[in-house]
Design a protein around this ligand. Structure first.
Ligand SMILES: [Zn+2]
Length: 155
């Protein structure tokens, strides 16, 4: 399942990607036309109160991202795969790949390099991710939204 967020939901887009969900961020609702014809059209999360003529359109009430996640938790929960949480670039929506520690030494702060053993990077933008690159508090809200505890060592 794919999800789509409108231009006012940039933060929500990033959080959905952290949860491992394939999430597009669109600036123009005309882009929804692309998805109308497919068998399983993506859910479209939006702050627009006017209908946009799209069937799976979910209106988001809150302006706070954690409240927004709660609003849609019943929709996204069945699609959250604990093995894929924190395995997608927040910026590019691309799945991360394992990278050798020696290859990223120049790309992360020194204390990070010494503290962590496993790293991943985004094949598109090159951004490096490690276990601690997502804050500790994140585990709490992931559990709340996903309904189960994430793998303690996701990377
Ligand atoms: Zn990226």
């Amino acid at each position: 399942m794919k999800f789509i967020c409108d231009v006012m939901l940039g933060k929500l887009t990033q959080y959905l990607r952290i949860l491992g969900l394939d999430t597009e961020y669109i600036r123009d609702v005309k882009m929804l036309e692309t998805y109308k014809e497919i068998d399983e059209p993506p859910y479209f999360f939006t702050k627009r109160s006017k209908m946009v003529g799209y069937e799976r359109c979910i209106f988001i009430k809150s302006d706070k991202v954690k409240e927004q996640l709660k609003e849609i938790s019943h929709i996204i929960r069945p699609f959250i795969d604990s093995g894929k949480v924190m395995n997608r670039c927040m910026i590019c929506n691309i799945e991360l790949i394992d990278v050798a520690k020696a290859d990223i030494e120049q790309l992360v702060p020194e204390f990070v390099f010494h503290k962590y053993e496993e790293f991943k990077n985004c094949p598109s933008c090159g951004r490096v991710y490690w276990e601690g690159s997502h804050t500790e508090h994140m585990a709490e809200w992931i559990e709340e939204i996903a309904g189960h505890t994430p793998d303690p060592n996701p990377l």
